[in-house]
Design a protein around this ligand. Structure first.
Ligand SMILES: [Zn+2]
Length: 306
């Protein structure tokens, strides 16, 4: 079963009954991960945003702005703007997940919405329609024994499964690498240009740089934005709220920029582009791996029923 989780999911009686019924018919919780996939609809626009951001960051790296310092400034500005927008967006997402948690933990049949009752049981043509709530209520009493037992199941089992599912299927490393695809196109273009003129040594350097950006720096930027955003508490003062976003984006830039610059330092120190780039690639991989481990732990504790 594929659940496309959107803002009204936890407020509607039909959707909650559907997933509670699914859980009831699959008593074995161990096998659920393979047959229940929960994806927030938020992932669609986020994938497009990361795709476009990765394109912008790569373009800022590739173009020469009239000197090394100007290029570094251009990369810094683009990364900061992309991260600030991303953090603002992600904080909204995590606030919404918190609201969903709270709605599920306080679920009651009475508060849950149903379209038929909202429209006073009259369809668009003006004819009377049956009340879904009555039918669902009868099914609930047959399946769960009573409405109270159903409500209790929603507050515990359904809430746990939905939040665990969101944790498992949202923002995976594979997804981050897939949506950062423009990195491979931009770096691939540079690689092919060098291969065509027979510069095999610098082709190897370009290939390592491409891999480090695609599997390292871009996912690392996204992971740091996720970590900074995962404390979504809204500040009462809107200025303070924007300040939190700006500080978060600045922190990401301060952490990522030295990793980008360290390659230039290593090349100057070692005098060999290939060895310096290999060492840099290793550093980027280790930093990304560390960030991923921290994020996985953080994500687990943030998206849990409290
Ligand atoms: Zn009704």
């Amino acid at each position: 079963m594929l659940v496309l989780f959107e803002p009204t999911y936890t407020t509607r009686l039909w959707t909650i009954f559907e997933i509670a019924g699914f859980l009831k018919s699959h008593g074995d919780r161990a096998g659920l991960s393979s047959c229940l996939i929960i994806l927030p609809t938020f992932l669609g626009p986020t994938a497009v945003a990361i795709f476009l951001s990765a394109t912008m960051i790569n373009m800022s790296v590739v173009f020469d702005y009239g000197g090394r310092m100007q290029t570094i400034l251009a990369v810094t500005c683009v990364v900061f703007c992309v991260c600030a927008n991303g953090i603002h967006w992600l904080r909204g997402y995590f606030r919404w997940i918190d609201e969903c948690c709270s709605q599920l933990q306080n679920f009651s049949m009475e508060k849950a919405h149903s379209h038929c009752c909202k429209s006073n049981h009259v369809n668009e043509e003006g004819s009377q329609i049956m009340c879904d709530r009555k039918i669902i209520s009868e099914c609930i009493c047959l399946w769960f024994g009573s409405e109270e037992a159903f409500e209790s199941c929603v507050r515990s089992d359904v809430a746990t499964v939905l939040i665990e599912g969101l944790r498992r299927h949202t923002f995976t490393f594979r997804w981050l690498v897939a949506v950062s695809m423009p990195t491979s196109w931009v770096c691939g273009d540079l690689l092919v240009a060098r291969l065509r003129v027979g510069e095999f040594y610098f082709s190897a350097v370009a290939a390592i740089v491409a891999l480090a950006w695609w599997f390292g720096l871009i996912p690392l930027c996204a992971l740091l934005c996720l970590m900074v955003s995962s404390n979504p508490r809204q500040r009462k003062n809107q200025c303070m709220d924007h300040m939190v976003t700006v500080l978060g984006a600045s922190l990401v830039v301060v952490l990522v920029l030295p990793l980008y610059l360290i390659r230039i330092v290593l090349v100057n120190l070692m005098g060999d582009d290939l060895i310096a780039t290999c060492l840099w690639g290793l550093l980027v991989s280790l930093a990304t791996l560390l960030a991923w481990r921290v994020w996985a732990k953080w994500h687990l504790s943030h998206l849990s029923i409290r």
